[in-house]
Design a protein around this ligand. Structure first.
Ligand SMILES: CC(C)(COP(=O)(O)OP(=O)(O)OC[C@H]1O[C@@H](n2cnc3c(N)ncnc32)[C@H](O)[C@@H]1OP(=O)(O)O)[C@@H](O)C(=O)NCCC(=O)NCCS
Length: 154
């Protein structure tokens, strides 16, 4: 993810359908902040959310690894957002499975997904890449469900 992804990222994160489980869609400035956050993630952790494209280079969304704090504990999360018109084709599952495997290769021992309780599509993606419901919790002041899995030692 780089500054020249701002147009596609602002369209993705500004879409009320994509952001229906968030407090509200993001503004263009907030989308730039999202890109800046991921550039910091790459520098600090060596991973972050990455751009997802088809093999022909069409923008699909983002997916990747970030550090998230749930009830005061930091873990590596796999996260994903897919363009509304391209959902339901398996893109999130394919991208998230690749990120899970990359996390294991980096030596990450535990992978989580922090999901709104009513966000069943996201929970299905977590389940399909091998994460299981662990417990309810709080993150960024909101109720969440925590999906998690131990990762194999690389
Ligand atoms: C979550 C999201 C990334 C999934 O992307 P996707 O490319 O459509 O995902 P996939 O096609 O790989 O799989 C989606 C799964 O959810 C299921 N699903 C979709 N809508 C559903 C619903 N209303 N109830 C239950 N399951 C649902 C699909 O059937 C599929 O599971 P299946 O293969 O068992 O049938 C996409 O819905 C999205 O961008 N949502 C908005 C952003 C978001 O909430 N991100 C996650 C934040 S935690």
């Amino acid at each position: 993810m780089a500054d020249d992804d701002l147009d596609v990222m602002a369209a993705l994160l500004g879409d009320p359908e994509v952001m229906r489980y968030y407090p509200r869609p993001k503004t263009r400035d907030e989308a730039q902040g999202w890109i800046d956050w991921n550039k910091r993630n790459y520098a600090e952790h060596g991973f972050g959310l990455w751009i997802v494209e088809t093999t022909s280079g069409e923008f699909v969304g983002d997916c990747g690894l970030t550090v998230q704090r749930v009830d005061g504990v930091d873990d590596v999360e796999v996260g994903y957002h897919v363009r509304a018109d391209l959902q339901g084709r398996g893109y999130a599952t394919e991208a998230a499975a690749a990120c899970r495997d990359h996390a294991a290769a980096l030596g990450v021992r535990r992978l989580i997904a922090v999901i709104a309780p009513e966000n069943r599509p996201s929970q299905r993606v977590a389940e399909k890449i091998g994460l299981s419901f662990e417990r309810r919790g709080r993150s960024h002041g909101r109720d969440i469900v925590l999906y998690a899995s131990a990762l194999p030692v690389a």
